[in-house]
Ligand binder design. Structure first.
Ligand code: 3SK
Length: 512
């Protein structure tokens, strides 16, 4: 009996050749104009699979990828899956010390690195006992191999069979408070996210073009510009540099994507840019947001500028993509929406009992895209993956209409006068002020050693003063409750964030 190969590379790459999509455009690089068709991607992946074998990299060994968003990324990634080698895309914004930890922890046997990122990883490579090959995309420093030379002489390889449950790739979670954790994902998880969020929320189609500000190395970006478009034969525009409001608007105008994927900080800055200089002229079909909750005001202003809603959603590296979201025909800003079809959600208290509507509980999720474990971290694995349920560490409240409201990370919540306070709610009120671009709220002890909210704010422009502080305190009192106003307000140039855009409140707490 003929059975379908459940290696994910078969579905996302090889299948398009059998179904006649070879000439379609899979990727275009916004800054350089370089392109990659579906046929070129399939050929490149086959060649990469052969090159790994030629270099002596065996199935289940790890291939670290410190690679920018460029057309080589999908070829290396899928080439590894075809060969049974585990690609480990790395956040391109980390420090040398963190690369050192990750390269040792993963025991990667080969590293692919984009030339502009070489200097930051080089000291970690020099000390590493496991790497047998270092392949550089671009000018190769001494002791490394140029990508083109590495591919020379390799014979293209077909896709090895892989079971649906077999580990396919890892992502390191950004570790906002601790050591990075290698999150191991199985082959079938990729298709599971495409079949659920990709098909049933985005409704992604072959004629879509996606632009994602989030890069490949982030689970959010991997879905946006790899799994979802490749599930239907659509096109992705790759933006290699740092996304700024201006560069994103220019790229939207130049490439006319139908789907734009951003994060709240970027949307807030783009809305400010549009207030000054107008909206992009190219028409979008849909916009999505994740990483942290989207402030209501940002969603409303974006939609009034562009005429297109932002679907705010929630995902995690552990669940691979979004499992809780607003839907295109059902957007309520200020809420995270409802469970994505295919996922079950529960809100529980400290004892594990389900909380009632209107009460705050930790969000647990059950779905086919859950990771199989954290590599070599048994306690953390057991603390997060509880049977079919994955703990998110996020606190939510369910409204009577079934929509969930974000209340903060489990460890960011605190009590004021005995009542739980959600930093996120106070932040939402603060950013509704036209002069406030971003806000973060943490607990700070007053003269009586009691915890009260303290706000750190980034202004759109200009400096803060007492009058503005008084205005903001009144605004919070009026909008969300008298006891919730920040007793202290500090203006800062920027907020500390993980590379994926989540505010690191623990850093503010430490210095608050
Ligand atoms: O942070 C999120 O909301 C997210 C969404 C999709 C995939 C991964 C993550 C962390």
């Amino acid at each position: 009996m003929l059975s379908v190969n459940t290696n994910a590379a078969h579905y996302f790459v090889d299948r398009h050749m059998d179904e006649g999509r070879g000439d379609r455009l899979a990727y275009v690089e916004a800054e350089t104009g370089r392109t990659l068709s579906y046929a070129q991607m399939a050929q490149g992946a086959g060649l990469n699979a052969g090159a790994l074998a030629q270099a002596g990299i065996r199935p289940e060994e790890r291939a670290a990828m410190l690679v920018l968003d460029q057309v080589e990324f999908p070829q290396i990634f899928w080439g590894a899956l075809k060969a049974g080698v585990i690609p480990v895309p790395l956040n391109t914004l980390l420090a040398t010390l963190v690369y050192d930890v990750i390269l040792r922890d993963s025991r990667a046997a080969i590293l692919f690195v984009s030339a502009p990122l070489w200097d930051v990883v080089a000291p970690a490579v020099a000390e590493n006992p496991y790497l047998r090959h270092v392949v550089v995309l671009g000018d190769a420093p001494e002791g490394t191999t140029r990508y083109e030379d590495y591919l020379k002489g390799a014979e293209p390889r077909p896709t090895l069979p892989a079971s649906a449950d077999e580990v396919a790739f890892w992502l390191y979670s950004s570790g906002s408070t601790g050591q990075p954790k290698g999150v191991a994902h199985i082959h079938s998880a990729l298709k599971a996210t495409a079949d659920t969020y990709g098909a049933q929320v985005l409704g992604i189609r072959e004629d879509d073009t996606v632009l994602s500000a989030a890069k490949f190395f982030f689970a959010y970006g991997l879905g946006n510009e790899m799994t979802f478009p490749l599930s239907v034969g659509a096109t992705s525009v790759l933006f290699t540099g740092r996304p700024t409001p201006q560069s994103m608007i220019e790229t939207i105008n130049a490439h006319a994507p139908t789907i734009f994927c951003g994060v709240p900080t970027l949307y807030a800055a783009m809305v400010a840019e549009m207030d000054a200089n107008g909206a992009p002229s190219a028409p979008l079909r849909l916009c999505i947001s994740a990483g942290e909750a989207l402030p209501e005001d940002v969603g409303t202003r974006w939609e009034s500028h562009t005429g297109v809603p932002i679907l705010d959603g929630v995902g995690s590296t552990e669940m691979l993509h979004i499992f809780l979201s607003n839907a295109p025909d059902d957007v309520v800003y200020g809420t995270s929406g409802v469970a994505v079809p295919g996922y079950d959600l529960r809100l529980v208290d400290e004892t594990g009992a389900e909380v009632a509507d209107g009460e705050v509980g930790e969000l647990l999720v059950n779905g086919a895209s859950a990771a199989s474990c954290y590599w070599n971290q048994r306690d953390k694995t057991r603390g997060t993956f509880e049977g079919v349920w994955t703990r998110t560490g996020d606190k939510y409240e369910r409204r009577s209409d079934g929509r969930l409201i974000y209340c903060g990370r489990t460890d960011d919540m605190f009590k004021v006068s005995g009542i739980w306070l959600s930093p996120f709610e106070v932040e939402g009120a603060l950013v509704s002020h036209p002069r406030v671009l971003e806000a973060a709220v943490v607990a700070h002890r007053d003269a009586d050693d009691l915890e009260k909210p303290k706000a750190f704010i980034v202004l759109q422009s200009g400096a803060g003063d007492d009058a503005l502080n008084d205005e903001l305190k009144e605004l919070v009192k009026e909008k969300i409750g008298k006891w919730k106003y920040p007793r202290w307000i500090e203006v800062v140039d920027e907020l500390p964030k993980t590379a994926t855009g989540k505010i690191q409140r623990f850093k503010l707490r430490a210095g608050a």
